[in-house]
Design a protein around this ligand. Sequence first.
Ligand code: HEM
Length: 148
Amino acid sequence: GGQRALIRESWQRVSGSPVQHGLVLFTRLFDLDPDLLPLFQYNCKQFASPQECLSAPEFLDHIRKVMLVIDAAVSHLENLSCLEEYLCNLGKKHQALGVKVESFSTVGESLLYMLEKCLGAAFSPEVQEAWSKLYNAVVKAMRRGWET
Ligand code: HEM
């Protein structure tokens, strides 16, 4: 359908430089909710500032992981159910890491912000709607990890 084409086209413009775009997403995320910063700890070390976190190699790896999950969702638009078990487990892992399921709404806002920055005028209401739907489907699957 048209929404799927919009997703694929727009993702093509983002996925070529995942870390660069992921940095826009997570910079926005820490602006919107600075309390998420302490959840990212590597070797039990807390970051003193978002800037420090956003430049840590381990955190850049997390950015790559996030972008790969989105990439998988874009590749499986026709059959997202293939990813359900994986996403449920990913939800469980995040629950164990102390992430609140509500925070994924803020991640969604930050994702749309990043897409708007990247796509400019191409970020139409239709594109926004298509991405909201896809992101909500991903979060719905991850949310099951908090329930079980
Ligand atoms: C792993 C935090 C959102 C995908 C992790 C880890 C932390 C974390 C602390 C473990 C350390 C690491 O691998 O770097 C968070 C927080 C989030 C968030 C605080 C937002 C509030 C997301 C989102 C996705 C995602 C939106 C993808 C849609 C992953 C993946 C892993 C991971 C794939 C690796 C899991 C594994 O080891 O099997 N996350 N994350 N994260 N995260 Fe997130």
